[in-house]
Design a protein around this ligand. Structure first.
Ligand code: G3P
Ligand code: CA
Length: 374
């Protein structure tokens, strides 16, 4: 049975709190200090696909570096192999992040499939055994944006979910701090439709690793809702409903539910989400929208409403390069140059949210430490 977290929200934005602290009585300042401490302790830094700003994503090297940089959680996206093993990739079509196209022995596996309503041509994990996938090597997804990462192309294997759990456990012991794991089921309706459902293998692997309770350092996330509702009956680990800024969950498309992600952030739907999940993982534009030019608009009430529904709020995805930042925090005109990601972190931390997914966990940790000193 699913339980919801008690709302842990800190009232108001931290930045505003900091601004008024010098002019209010000492007793109130104590309260402000408590708020800041509480907010700081609650902020969870999730390494998005590892430290993927610095290494090819979803590799043990990317996860290892993220842990070294101080991330609290590492994030593997999960898809299935032909033999039912959960492996770590953002898509089941792997030509963008592996050297599969350079393997003549797999040339015949190139094909076109419709995944969540979109026709895709390439190579798909479900057509490979784990042993076959292990002969491939990862490559940088964004070589134009992150050219220095391409020196690692061809070096790292596709990890299994179990290998990521082993890394987190080993590093937790070595460092004396808990490294959590934040798996995401990718395309669950599709994998169910081809007889390779993700949920049972996921729960089996978690159980085998003694990860069964809400106290364990695990969050399971999904953009779909039906598989999270199913998971809420299969496991007590914490669940997070991902919410994008546009579109709708693919299982809604299939079932004919007309609700969009924008609908799901309304208070009544957040309450519904709290019946099967512990939190939301929100596209950051749902929290602070941008205008057509990319300039920040006023924050929405989503963090407050989610906390009122008993849901924690994690936001994605924080990336340092100008092209991913709001206009307000870009530096210069090169879209691939780094802008002021610290300012973006501080803005979002100030909303009282509970965690961030970042390609640059080092900067997220540093900004959190800065908050501690403010
Ligand atoms: O899972 C949070 C965030 O990672 C969602 O986006 O597309 O990077 O999996 P994506
Ligand atoms: Ca993800």
């Amino acid at each position: 049975m699913r339980r919801t977290l008690s709302a842990l929200g800190v009232a108001g934005a931290l930045l505003a709190t900091v601004a008024v602290a010098q002019t209010v009585p000492a007793a109130a300042q104590d309260g402000d200090e408590r708020d800041r401490t509480e907010a700081r302790n609650r902020l969870t830094i999730i390494a998005h696909r590892g430290a993927s700003g610095y290494r090819p994503e979803h590799t043990l090297a990317a996860y290892r570096l993220a842990i070294q940089m101080g991330a609290d959680f590492i994030e593997p996206d999960l898809v299935s192999t032909r033999d039912g093993v959960l492996v770590v990739r953002h898509e089941n079509e792997i030509s963008g992040t592996t050297d599969v196209a350079a393997h003549p022995e797999f040339a015949g596996r190139r094909t076109t499939k419709t995944i969540d309503g979109t026709a895709l041509t390439g190579w798909f994990t479900e057509d490979f055994t784990l042993a076959e996938l292990k002969t491939l090597r990862a490559k940088e997804r964004l070589p134009e944006v992150r050219p220095t990462n391409t020196v690692y192309d061809g070096q790292f294997e596709i990890p299994t979910f179990q290998e990521v759990l082993d890394l987190a456990r080993g590093e937790s012991r070595r460092l004396g701090r808990t490294i959590g794991v934040y798996p995401e089921t990718k395309h669950p309706t599709y994998f169910q439709s081809i007889g390779l459902p993700l949920e049972e293998p996921l729960v089996r692997v978690l159980r085998r690793n003694d990860l069964t309770s809400r106290k364990d350092p695990v969050f399971v996330q999904s953009f779909e809702t039906a598989n999270l509702r199913k998971l809420s009956r299969l496991t007590d680990v914490r669940l997070v409903q991902l919410l994008d800024a546009t579109g709708q969950p693919y299982d809604f498309t299939v079932s004919g539910d007309s609700r969009t992600y924008q609908d799901l952030v309304r208070p009544e739907n957040l309450k519904w989400i709290s019946t099967y999940a512990d939190g939301i993982g929100a596209n950051k534009n749902l929290l602070v929208p941008r205008d057509a030019a990319g300039k920040l608009l006023a924050p929405t009430e989503v963090v407050r409403d989610a906390h009122r529904a008993g849901l924690i709020v994690h936001a994605w995805t924080f990336r340092a390069e100008n092209q991913f930042l709001p206009l307000d925090f870009r530096a210069g005109t090169d879209p691939n140059a780094r802008g002021d990601i610290t300012a973006e972190y501080l803005l979002f931390y100030g909303l009282g949210l509970d965690g961030v997914f970042s390609d640059f966990p080092d900067a997220a940790v540093a900004a959190r430490a800065g908050l501690a000193r403010s």
